[in-house]
Design a binder for this molecule. Structure first.
Ligand code: ZN
Length: 439
């Protein structure tokens, strides 16, 4: 039986129909024209592609939006479009290692896609847009090779009505005005996974903030100014703490967007994070989440995932960073928090395999907490000096790359010179919750 190629992805077991074999996207050059009032998006995507196999056509992930033209190396190319894929025919079969430019024109009314993890991707706010794509929302706004291990550079030019501000996952490269329209440009030269690409549109003011070694900006609705300034005032201290413990801040900037709408959870993007108005309550009620999203710049965004199965490498470290910040800022020590959460986890079903939880449980809170507890167990086992040396070595080894759980286990053992097989096996492979080592 021949499998339909349109349903064959890159092979991630958790998102089997996302991603496409045979090529790597080196650069996405996206030119988007977006009307906030009518939610109409018109785009030209120019993809710089390196083939990785013999191919005669290339598939791209794209949902809801309709392709109106395709070109390969500047020449019109035939294409077909299904509900989740666009397939472009190459003028002739091509071997691995060839560079091609594929250009797609597309248009439509973007919206979130329904997934087992809820509605994700491009989403209209009351007045503007947010994009939160983890794990498979990127195809709601641009044609892509949607797999966490596929990291690419980006150029973005987004035109929309005044007075809206566009914030995207790159370094600002200026904006130009034409009548009632304004075009915002961003450049991302640090490779980013497609789920970490984002566009935020809103009637925002922008405040530059002092983050020490990193340019930082807060974007928020003017009415929230007082609450935002108060609640995000510690970001510079957080950057200093995490840079000391994890190694240098890995991206070229950090933008925080606070939307006028309330959001269930904040979400990280490459060099960015987005919070809801409810996360700026004026009383630092979501401070742990401010630390959590910042920590994802090291864990998730710089050190990416080879596949979704290894999600604890993102969420375990990000959750542990909340506890490190608590310790630093005069709250309960990480050890106190770890023992509290450990006690709570013992009361919950112990049926999770942390190293391979399955797609339905990949964002379960137990992954976050058990992941953070494993990080703490490692710290207690190695002692602070060796533990933070392992962590800094890890972010250096995998800087702007992708990682697996097995690679982390190997690295921790090699770097510390300790046999950690039993510790990792108990936390990652078995389901019973291990006891925490004594402090
Ligand atoms: Zn997270």
């Amino acid at each position: 039986m021949v499998r339909s190629t349109s349903a064959t992805g890159l092979g991630d077991r958790y998102t089997p129909t996302s991603g496409n074999p045979g090529y790597h996207v080196e650069l996405y050059d996206l030119e988007l024209d977006y009307k906030v009032r009518t939610n109409r998006l018109e785009g030209v995507a120019i993809l710089s592609i390196l083939t990785t196999d013999d191919v005669s056509s290339l598939a791209f992930d794209l949902v809801t939006l309709k392709v109106s033209g395709a070109r390969v190396n500047g020449h019109r190319a035939p294409y077909t479009q299904g509900p989740t894929k666009v397939r472009v025919q190459l003028p002739r079969p091509t071997v691995a290692g060839v560079r091609l430019t594929v250009e797609l024109d597309y248009v439509g009314r973007p919206g979130p896609r329904r997934t087992r993890w809820g509605r994700i991707g491009w989403e209209e706010l009351e007045d503007g847009v947010l994009v939160a794509s983890q794990p498979t929302g990127a195809p709601t706004w641009f044609p892509c090779n949607d797999h966490p291990s596929e990291k690419s550079r980006y150029r973005l030019a987004i035109t929309t009505e005044k007075p809206y501000r566009v914030v995207a996952h790159g370094v600002p490269a200026g904006h130009t005005s034409r009548g009632e329209q304004r075009t915002w440009r961003y450049i991302q030269d640090i490779p980013a996974a497609s789920y970490l690409a984002t566009v935020q549109v809103g009637d925002y003011v922008a405040d530059e903030i002092d983050l020490g070694t990193v340019p930082g900006t807060l974007h928020y609705p003017r009415a929230l100014a007082k609450r935002v300034k108060h609640d995000f005032a510690d970001l510079g201290r957080m950057v200093a703490l995490f840079s000391d413990r994890f190694g240098p801040y890995p991206l070229s900037k950090y933008d925080v967007v606070i939307t006028p709408d309330e959001l269930e959870i904040p979400i990280e993007a490459q060099g960015m994070a987005t919070f809801g108005s409810n996360h700026a309550d004026g009383e630092k009620g979501s401070e742990r989440l401010v630390a959590h999203e910042l920590a994802h710049q090291w864990f998730g965004n710089s050190v990416g995932l080879a596949s979704w199965q290894h999600i604890w490498l993102n969420e375990g470290f990000a959750c542990y960073s909340e506890w490190l910040w608590s310790e630093e800022s005069g709250g309960p020590a990480a050890d106190v928090l770890a023992r509290q959460y450990h006690a709570r986890l013992t009361l919950q079903p112990q049926d999770i395999v942390l190293g391979d939880p399955g797609p339905d449980l990949m964002f379960d809170d137990r992954i976050y907490k058990r992941g953070a507890l494993l990080v703490h167990a490692l710290r207690l086992t190695l002692g602070d000096e060796a533990f933070f040396d392992v962590v800094r070595g890890w972010t250096e080894l995998k800087r702007h790359g992708v990682a697996t759980t097995e690679e982390f286990v190997q690295h921790a053992s090699d770097r510390s010179g300790r046999d950690l097989g039993g510790l990792f096996d108990a936390w990652l492979v078995r389901t019973a919750l291990p006891a925490l080592p004594l402090p």
